[in-house]
Write a protein that binds this ligand. Structure first.
Ligand code: SAM
Ligand code: SF4
Length: 329
């Protein structure tokens, strides 16, 4: 289960929320206790892993407390976080103390100028510091740090943003897997919100170029978690290269994800708006037992209604109109 704990963010990625978000009153956002209660019910239904996301999860006060609460939930085995990394240095110690099991850092370019333009003012240096400190802190521990990059044609993006960029494009990110024990995963851009305005790189083409450049490239059969990424290894590299091809590699048959929005709406697919309003159940009153029973029932219904597959290739059939930071990416 992916839990978005805020819609707000300290960045303005052009493909996500270039103009920020329309703020909703905090009373409409779930409290930390409400997320934890949903997690407890989820655990009773067999949910074992939780990803904390957003918006930017680290801008929500109490994010690390929530990680701890989730870790203390009976039945929940792993709690990980997806962050833009800007505040990672500041919160790393608290996340580690709370028992975090993995950190995904979103990073689309290693060019400071392009990073700043693409994220609406972000500091690449801050992200890289956070990454290095996380690797140091978790060295020798089974706490993976991964890089997620949306598959963008960086030169075209830079041109569109009017910023001078003379880098090699996506291959620049390979440096991270070469120099650090981190997996670098390329994620296809999904036609959600502002993402519709960006063309995703073809993973088939990226892979063909990788094979050409690194003849020793081989499929990496080791387990990297339970996600849908397909991994490759390059001889001499410390980390692996992963591809999450949600559109062209349609892995819906093996998808067991459900997503909770910051306002407590439980969704079973990114593509459709169907789901259950758990906030309404939590707040309608009644005894704890009654509410927990209703929560379990609503969660079961949302899960059983999970569609066979997404329909991103037929955007006219999509019913989800929320932006990515609302759904939680
Ligand atoms: N702020 C955090 C971050 O950036 O990691 C967590 C939330 S963000 C919405 C989660 C992930 O979704 C990021 O890796 C971001 O690049 C990705 N994302 C945003 N819009 C997307 C889109 N249209 N298609 C694919 N990924 C997208
Ligand atoms: Fe913020 Fe993440 Fe969206 Fe970028 S992708 S604007 S960091 S929520």
């Amino acid at each position: 289960m992916r839990i978005s704990i805020t819609d707000r963010c300290n960045l303005r990625c052009r493909y996500c929320m270039p103009d920020g978000v329309k703020c909703v009153p905090m009373s409409q956002i779930l409290t930390l206790e409400e997320y934890a209660r949903i997690a407890t019910c989820g655990a009773l239904l067999g949910i074992r892993k939780i990803k904390v996301t957003g918006g930017e999860p680290l801008v929500r006060l109490g994010c690390c407390d929530l990680v701890r609460m989730l870790k203390e939930t009976r039945g929940i085995e792993k709690v990980t976080i997806t962050t833009n990394g800007i505040l990672l240095e500041q919160y790393l110690g608290q996340l580690a103390a709370a028992g975090i099991d993995g950190i995904n850092i979103s990073l689309d370019t290693l060019d400071p100028g392009l990073y700043q333009a693409l994220t609406g003012g972000g500091s690449l240096l801050a992200v890289l510091k956070g990454l290095e400190q996380a690797l140091q802190l978790f060295q020798g521990k089974p706490i993976p740090v991964k890089i997620n990059a949306v598959s963008l044609e960086l030169k075209a993006v830079a041109e569109g943003l009017g910023c001078g960029y003379d880098g090699p494009g996506w291959p620049e990110l390979l440096k991270l897997a070469r120099d650090y024990p981190v997996d670098v995963r390329f994620i296809e851009m999904m036609p959600i919100g502002y993402g519709k305005q960006y063309r995703s790189l073809s993973h088939k083409e990226v892979l063909a170029k990788l094979q050409e450049q690194y003849p020793g490239l081989e499929k990496d059969g080791r387990s990297h978690g339970n996600g849908p990424a397909i991994y490759y290894r390059i001889p001499g590299f410390k980390g692996s290269i992963g591809f999450i091809s949600a559109i062209h590699g349609k892995f819906c048959g093996g998808c067991n994800r459900i997503r909770l929005t910051s306002q407590g709406y439980l969704k079973s697919c990114l593509c459709y708006e169907d789901g259950k309003d758990l906030r309404a159940v939590l707040r309608e009153g009644g005894t704890k037992e009654e509410t927990d029973r209703k929560l379990l029932e609503a969660m079961k219904q949302a899960i059983w209604a999970k569609p066979m597959a997404h329909c991103f290739e037929h955007p006219e059939q999509m019913t989800e109109n929320k932006d990515m930071m609302k759904i939680g990416g």
